[in-house]
Design a protein around this ligand. Structure first.
Ligand code: TYD
Length: 210
C-alpha cells in the first residue's frame, strides 16, 4: 500500500509549522502512521546544502545556483525520507516542496516556472504531492507575524524586500489557478485551530481516494 503525500505552502509567517503540528497530532490520535517533515528534514546532505542556501553572507548567489541547490536538497530528502515513508503506507506531511521553488525561484527570482519545473522534475521524477494545501495569509499580515516573533532567526531570504513577498503571494495565486485539482487554498488569517480543522477535512478526503 502506498501512502499519501501532502505538502504545505505559504508565505513566511503563514503559520504552516503550527498547523502541521496540529494535523500530525490529530491523525496520530486516529491511529494513522504519519511522517511530518520539511526540507532538509534532518538529512545530512540536504542540511549542508541548506546551510549554503540560507547563509546571509552568500549575497553573490546566482538565481540558477539557488534553484539547483533547492532541487538537489529536495532530491536527497525525497529519496532518504519521503519515498520510504510512502512505500510503508504512511501519511507524509511536508512543509514546503516543489511549489516553493516554482514560486520563489521560478516567479520571484524570474527564472520561469517551466524552467524551474524542468530541473525539479529531474530531481523528483514523478513524486508529485497527492494534495498541496496553500495557507492563504496576505504578505502584510505574514510579515507582521514574522517580525513580531523575536525568537525567530532572520535568514538571508527574509531580508528581501516587501515587493518580493508580494510576488511570492501572487505567485501562489497563479499556481493555484494552474493546478486547481492539486493545490487548494485555505483562509489562513484565522485562529490556527480553525485553519488546521479545514486542512484535516481536505486530507481526509484525499485519504479516502484510492
Ligand atoms: P524557512 O526558515 O524554512 O522558512 P519558512 O518557515 O517560511 O518555511 O526558510 C526557507 C526559505 O527558503 C523560505 O524563505 C522559502 C525559501 N525556499 C525557496 O526559496 N525555495 C524552495 O524550494 C524552498 C523549499 C524554500
Amino acid at each position: 500500500m502506498t501512502g499519501k503525500f501532502v505538502t504545505f505552502e505559504g508565505t513566511e509567517g503563514s503559520g504552516k509549522t503550527s498547523i502541521i503540528a496540529q494535523i500530525e497530532t490529530y491523525f496520530k490520535s486516529k491511529g494513522y502512521p504519519v511522517l511530518s517533515t520539511r526540507e532538509p528534514g534532518g538529512i545530512r546532505i540536504s542540511e549542508k546544502i541548506r546551510d549554503i542556501l540560507l547563509d546571509k553572507n552568500h549575497t553573490e548567489m546566482d538565481p540558477r545556483t539557488e534553484a539547483l541547490l533547492f532541487a538537489a536538497s529536495r532530491r536527497q530528502h525525497l529519496v532518504e525520507k519521503i519515498a520510504p515513508a510512502l512505500a510503508q503506507g504512511m501519511l507524509v506531511l511536508c512543509d514546503r516542496y516543489v511549489d516553493s521553488s516554482l514560486v520563489y525561484q521560478g516567479i520571484a527570482r524570474g527564472l520561469g516556472v517551466e524552467e524551474v519545473f524542468t530541473i525539479n522534475k529531474f530531481a523528483i521524477e514523478d513524486a508529485m504531492p497527492d494534495l498541496t494545501i496553500f495557507i492563504d495569509v496576505t504578505p502584510d499580515v505574514g510579515l507582521a507575524r514574522v517580525f513580531k516573533n523575536k525568537n525567530r532567526e532572520v535568514n538571508r531570504l527574509d531580508l528581501e524586500q516587501r515587493d518580493f513577498y508580494k510576488m511570492i503571494y501572487d505567485g501562489y495565486q497563479r499556481l493555484m489557478r494552474a493546478y486547481p485539482d492539486r493545490i487548494v487554498g485555505i483562509a489562513g488569517e484565522r485562529p490556527i485551530t480553525d485553519v488546521a480543522t479545514d486542512a484535516i477535512r481536505l486530507i481526509e478526503k484525499t485519504l479516502a481516494e484510492k
